[in-house]
Every structure is written in C-alpha cells, then in structure tokens.
Design a protein around this ligand. Sequence first.
Ligand SMILES: Cc1cc2nc3c(=O)[nH]c(=O)nc-3n(C[C@H](O)[C@H](O)[C@H](O)COP(=O)(O)OP(=O)(O)OC[C@H]3O[C@@H](n4cnc5c(N)ncnc54)[C@H](O)[C@@H]3O)c2cc1C
Length: 409
Amino acid sequence: MSIGFDAQVIVVGGGPAGASTAWHLARAGVDVLVLDRARFPRDKTCAECLSPESARLLDAMGALDALSAVGAKLRGMVVRAPSGDEIRGGFVAAHGWRAPRDWGLAVSRRVLDATLVARARAVGARVREGARVADVVRDAAGRVCGVRVLDASGATTELRARIVVGADGLRSVIVRRLGLARVRAWPRRLALVAHWRGVDGITDHGEMHVERDGFVGIADIGDGVTNTSMVVPAREAQRISGDPASYLASWIRGRAHLAPRFAAAERVDTVRVTGPFASASRRGWAPGAALVGDAADFFDPFTGEGVFAALRGGEILAPFVAESCALPAARADRALAGYETARRRAFGGKWAVERIIGAVVDVPPLMNRAAHTLSRRRDLADLLVGVAGDFVPPSAVLNARYVWRVFVK
Ligand SMILES: Cc1cc2nc3c(=O)[nH]c(=O)nc-3n(C[C@H](O)[C@H](O)[C@H](O)COP(=O)(O)OP(=O)(O)OC[C@H]3O[C@@H](n4cnc5c(N)ncnc54)[C@H](O)[C@@H]3O)c2cc1C
C-alpha cells in the first residue's frame, strides 16, 4: 500500500470487468482493492453465453479449465426470424478465422463471477465484499482520489487511492458521480431471465428466436439447466410488473414452435427482470478515474458479448492505470486519456455491428429479408456468427459487398 492511500487502485465492482482489471493490475505488481456491494457467489441477470474469443482471456486468468468443466460448450448459433427462416452459423467455418477454442462457453454467472474474483484474489488483489460505494471523493483540484463506502449499518468510510476504476456495471454510481452518464433513446428494452430443467430439443448451439414483439435466447448452461433470456420493448413494463413469471410463461405458450418444448419443463428459479439498457458513458475516463465493462458501455444483449468486452476491457485498461499510478497527477491523466483511444480502437467496429443488428432485429421485414438470405448462405452466416463471437474482425461484415449480398442480391 502506498503512503496516505488505502490502495494504489480501488476497483468498484467485482464482476467480470472489475475482476479482470484487478487480476491484470495485481499481476503487474499494483496494490489493488476491489469493493463490491454483493457477496460472491451472487446472481447476475444474463443469458450466460461467452463468445469463443473469451477463452483466451479466461485461460490467461487460469479460470478456463474449471469453468469449462461445469459449463456447456456451444458450437455455434441458430437465429430464427419471425418468418420462420433459420440462420445457422458455426464457430468453425470455411472462412479461415479461428478462435483460441472452437467453442463458446455457456456457464452460470454465479459460478463465472465467483471464479474470476477468486482468481483476482489468488494473484494478490484484495477484495472487500458487502461494500457499497456511494460516491467518489475528490481532492482540492477536483481530481478523484477515493470513494465513499456505505456499510450495512449505514456508516460511511472514505478510502483513498491514486486511481479509482468504475467497474460497477449498468447504471453505475461512479459514472453518475463523475457526471459522465448519457441516456440513449434506443434501444428501450427490458429483459426477463429464468432457468429451467427439462426443456426439449436443446443442442450444442445457442438459440435466438426473434419475434415481432421481442426475442428470446435459449442455451444449455451445463448440468441439465437451460437459460432463457427474453427481451421485450420497455413499453411492456406495466404488463410485466406484478407477475413476470406469468408474462414469460404466456409469451412462450403463445409461440407454436416454442410451446411444446417447454410443455414438460420446470422453471427452477424466480424470473429476474432488468432494464432498460439504453445507457452509456460519454467517455471512459475522468481525472483520477477510469471506467470499464458495462459502466463504460453496455452492449445490446442480442449480440451477447458483454462479458468478453468486460474481460478484454480490463486487459486493455490495466497497463494505462499501472502507468498512471507511477506518475504525477497531470501526466497520470494524460496516460488515462490514452485508454480512451485504445478502447475505441478495440471496440469501435463491434459497436457499429451491434447497432446495425439491433436495428434490423427491431424491424421484422428487414430481419426476415436478412434471414431469407442467411438461411441459404452458410458462408455469410458463419461470418456474422464469427464477428458476434469476437474472432472474426467486424470489417468482414461492415462493408458494402456483405450488406449488398445479404439485403439486395
Ligand atoms: C438480459 C441480458 C443478457 C445478457 N446476455 C449476455 C450473454 O449471453 N453474454 C455476454 O457476454 N453478455 C451478456 N450480457 C451482458 C453482460 O451481462 C454484461 O456485459 C457483463 O455482466 C458486464 O460485466 P461488468 O463487470 O461490467 O458488470 P457486472 O457484471 O454488472 O458487475 C458489476 C458489479 O458491480 C457491483 N456493484 C454495482 N454497484 C456497486 C456499488 N455502488 N458499490 C459496489 N459494488 C457495486 C455489482 O454487485 C456487480 O458485482 C447480458 C446482459 C443482459 C441484461
């Protein structure tokens, strides 16, 4: 610990972004303290599918073997359009790009997040659970120099650090206290997530069923458990409130292709509701602070790579933070500003793909048109699934030739 500070770096939030950041910092010899309001293992509302490229990051953290022993390996994705056309794409394909493993992993977030926190602890990060951060602390110049923590009795303590990392997820308190919150007008959606046993017809492909009034993802997460993550427009909030379980059950019952598969299935937990998701930060840093994971940018659940972005974000951020810790304030903030450029370079293409897919999913005739082509052109479908899986560069689909072949030809 450096003199006058409780840690060199305080990371607020011990989800995938916070654990990854802490792991990389601790490995670089930085004294890091993670604060999380929850106690692990804890639940997280998520479709629980990790893109194949995540394997590299999990392997580096020493978590991949344990996680792949309990989760389910996904070999690709099937997306069903409102028209009934099915797009099928694999993680091994003729296009030649390969991920570190030929599968994506679907695994319970209770297990994933607890494992990652344990890995961060194992390399020297200190983790304090049950510690809710209520605010940032600033020095006389307005630079962030710590956080204010609220304990269970309502008492607050100040903890000081050279750099504070906001990894506290969607609706981040750090983003709001830094004045960097930006509410997007789109997409205004809510999600309902539940786990089941006994769903019929589950395979080694993740499924996405797009309907005119929302979509549902279905995936095996190991041990005979199936995750269903349904996303609907935020205007449904009133109909959902009060009884989300009935809403979910009647939505599934109303789809002729899904209802028989759930006829003998048993829901094994409560239906969790979250959203809306349309929020982002204006930038990924402020003097004395940086943001990572959902706190920095929330990815639309349809393309489902938020965990990859959280893990990779920690890997990108850590060297900038480690450098900043060793510099006087003005130069430290210049180093943090370099992080903004690095993360835009890393994620910019994927943000564009995510927005295009989100817009197509919202307009059923466009979705049907794309599915008509992609269900007949496995090569084009494999490319798109590879981009969603983070191992094919976004430029492979962000070009006029690809768009022409999908929508026009
Ligand atoms: C419906 C849905 C489905 C999704 N499906 C997928 C998917 O299949 N695959 C995928 O990769 N991504 C998916 N995502 C996105 C994914 O869940 C997120 O991108 C990912 O969890 C981001 O990780 P994170 O560490 O940034 O935030 P989180 O996982 O949210 O972790 C934030 C942590 O901060 C803590 N925290 C919050 N506030 C405070 C505070 N004030 N003080 C202290 N601690 C605090 C929380 O307790 C939590 O542990 C989905 C999201 C949704 C909503």
